[in-house]
Design a binder for this molecule. Structure first.
Ligand SMILES: [Zn+2]
Length: 236
C-alpha cells in the first residue's frame, strides 16, 4: 500500500518549531510552486493529481466555480492503481458542502461589525472545521485497514483554522501535534505533501509561496508538486 498524507497549508517552519517527527520523517523540505501565479489550493491539488500544471484551465472557471472542479479519474495518476482510496481531496473527492459552509462563515466573520459577534462566528467556524477533521480522521484510519493499493487522506484543518487563528499559537500547536499523531499511525512508508505553507498576516494566516514534502526513503530536494505523479508511481 502506498500512502500519501495530503495536508493543506502545512508550514515547514512550524513543523520544525513544534518538532513534528512523524511529519518530518527522515527527509523533508519545501516544494517549488513558483511556476504558479499564486498559491491557490484548488489549482495546486488539481495540478498534483494531473501531473501537470493546469492553472490556466482551473482559473478560467473563476474563483467561485473552481470549487466545483471534479477532475475525471482517468485524467489523474490515480488510474494507475487497482483500488485507490482518495479521501476528501479538492478537485476530486472533496466535500463541497463543507467548503461552502466554511466560506459562508468566513464571509460573515469579516462582515461582522463588533468583536463579540466576530468571536461568536469564529467559534462556530472552528467547531465546524474540527468536527469535519474528526470525520476525515476516522475515514483515513479505516482506509488504512482496508485492501487498497493507494490511500490518500487530505486534511484541511491547518488551512481552515489557520486563516482565522494563525496568531493563536496554542491552537496551531495542538493541530500540528494532531497531524503528527495521524502520520504516526501509518505503518507503511508514506509521503507527506502540502500544497503551500502559511505566513502570518496580523492575527490571521495567508498562503506562503512554497509547499512541503517529506519521505522516509528519499531526499527529493526541491521538487515541483507536479513531480509527485512520477515520484509516487515509481515508488511502487
Ligand atoms: Zn491550500
Amino acid at each position: 500500500m502506498i500512502v500519501v498524507l495530503a495536508i493543506d497549508a502545512l508550514e515547514i517552519d512550524l513543523v520544525e518549531e513544534f518538532n513534528c517527527s512523524n511529519l518530518k520523517q527522515k527527509h523533508y523540505g519545501k516544494t517549488d510552486i513558483t511556476e504558479f501565479s499564486e498559491p491557490r489550493t484548488m489549482v495546486l491539488w488539481c495540478s498534483f493529481m494531473s501531473g501537470k500544471n493546469i492553472e490556466k484551465k482551473i482559473m478560467e472557471k473563476g474563483d467561485k466555480e473552481m470549487w466545483n472542479t471534479k477532475i475525471p479519474h482517468d485524467e489523474t495518476f490515480f488510474k494507475e492503481f487497482d483500488n485507490p482510496k482518495i479521501i476528501d481531496l479538492p478537485g476530486f473527492s472533496y466535500e463541497k458542502k463543507q467548503h461552502d459552509a466554511e466560506r459562508a462563515l468566513l464571509k460573515s466573520f469579516f462582515d461582522a461589525k463588533d468583536d463579540e459577534e466576530k468571536t461568536d462566528i469564529r467559534k462556530k467556524y472552528n467547531a465546524h472545521a474540527f468536527e469535519h477533521h474528526r470525520e476525515i480522521k476516522r475515514e483515513f484510519a479505516n482506509a488504512l485497514k482496508e485492501d487498497h493499493d493507494f490511500v490518500l487522506g487530505y486534511f484541511s484543518l491547518a488551512d481552515v483554522i489557520g486563516h482565522l487563528n494563525f496568531g493563536n499559537r496554542t491552537m496551531i500547536r495542538m493541530i500540528y501535534r494532531d497531524l503528527d499523531e495521524i502520520a504516526g499511525t501509518i505503518k507503511t512508508p508514506y509521503t507527506v505533501l502540502s500544497d503551500h505553507g502559511m505566513v502570518a498576516l496580523g492575527i490571521y494566516g495567508d498562503h506562503s509561496n512554497y509547499g512541503f514534502w517529506s519521505s522516509s526513503e528519499k531526499n527529493l530536494g526541491n521538487p515541483k508538486i507536479t513531480d509527485f505523479e512520477s515520484i509516487i508511481l515509481n515508488s511502487r
